[in-house]
Design a protein around this ligand. Structure first.
Ligand SMILES: NC(=O)c1ccc[n+]([C@@H]2O[C@H](COP(=O)([O-])OP(=O)(O)OC[C@H]3O[C@@H](n4cnc5c(N)ncnc54)[C@H](OP(=O)(O)O)[C@@H]3O)[C@@H](O)[C@H]2O)c1
Length: 294
């Protein structure tokens, strides 16, 4: 059978690196779409692998410059995109990256005769319809469904990398948590999620909600981080209105920060428990972070 080629957009990110590795291990020829090829030489901050030697081909492109995405899908069978704006960037919007950048990629995929487009959006999108980060993803999902291109939309809960951000805060010895910490989540490791993503690329499911194997309250994820670091748990719970006030103020100062804050605020105050997959546990991830970073 002829080897299939996959384009991984967002290949330098947390999920993207695991996706490159998983597609490669399953025998695909992998073309990685990145902004900065040098970034692939070292592992990422949350233990995600270096993939410079794993991807077969690198192409450079920027979602905010649709012309740079022209022809990146030439010769490609499947596009897998986890290209998204997850950290605030000056003068860059979620609309520009998550919606219009992916739309430019979809148009190129159509022109190049790609057979399937797999896209990573978010779980519980319908509960967060007024959150711009989520809406930008969903505007693209609507375009993808309308295009007639065979597709799968992956809808994950939080990634371990997001829990890694909690871990960095806990390292200081003190954690501020919005709300009472009783809302629940089943976060997923990037490698487990990559397995689900490649299964979806090869399967027929069009909507794939997914989380990790264990469900915790937010407070438990924080307490586990304190334990892994050998620190006495010390959490201050902030009322949700403080987050909302910060969000209101951020809206005047920097729209990009406000969008990310609005997403974090919503995710921190609802239950995020999706159908479970994977075998990797948050406790082990925290232990590995301690072993690698001290
Ligand atoms: N993290 C979570 O808990 C979570 C949960 C549900 C869904 N998601 C979604 O899943 C996707 C992947 O998340 P992640 O945590 O792996 O994110 P990540 O680590 O921040 O990776 C995002 C990827 O998108 C690329 N990117 C950003 N702006 C770009 C631009 N203008 N042009 C080209 N590439 C650009 C980044 O490239 P650079 O390396 O050059 O910045 C990176 O490769 C995102 O769309 C996110 O919204 C995340």
């Amino acid at each position: 059978m002829q080897q299939k080629t996959v384009l991984v957009a967002g290949a330098s990110g947390y999920l993207g690196r695991y996706a490159v590795k998983e597609f490669s291990e399953r025998g695909y020829r992998v073309r990685a779409l990145v902004r900065n090829p040098d970034s692939l030489r070292a592992p990422g901050p949350n233990l995600e692998p270096a993939i410079a030697g794993i991807a077969d081909e690198l192409v450079q492109g920027d979602a905010t410059d649709p012309a740079s995405l022209k022809d990146v899908c030439r010769g490609v069978d499947i596009v897998f995109s986890c290209m998204g704006l997850t950290k605030p960037q000056d003068n860059v919007t979620n609309e520009a990256v998550d919606h219009l950048g992916n739309l430019a990629l979809l148009r190129d995929a159509e022109e190049c005769g790609v057979r399937k487009f797999v896209y990573v959006s978010v779980f519980n999108a319908e509960l967060m319809a007024d959150v711009e980060v989520v809406e930008a993803h969903e505007r693209f999902v609507r375009d993808l469904k309308a295009s007639g291109m065979p597709y799968a939309v992956i809808r994950p809960t939080g990634f371990f990398s997001d829990m890694g951000m909690f871990f960095s805060m806990v390292r200081s010895g003190h954690m501020f948590l919005l709300g009472d910490g009783t809302n629940r989540i089943n976060p997923i490791h990037g490698a487990d999620l990559a397995t689900v993503c490649v299964n979806a690329a090869e399967g027929t499911e069009e909507e794939v909600p997914v989380g990790g194997p264990d469900t915790y309250t937010f407070q438990e994820t924080v307490d586990m981080a304190f334990e892994a670091l050998g620190k006495k748990p010390w959490t201050t719970h902030l009322p949700v209105w403080i987050g909302e006030a910060a969000l209101f103020m951020a809206g005047f100062v920097n729209k990009s920060i406000a969008n990310v804050l609005a997403f974090a605020l919503t995710v921190n105050t609802i239950d995020n428990v999706a159908p479970a997959a994977g075998t990797r546990h948050l406790k082990d991830f925290y232990r590995e972070l301690v072993a690698k970073q001290g």
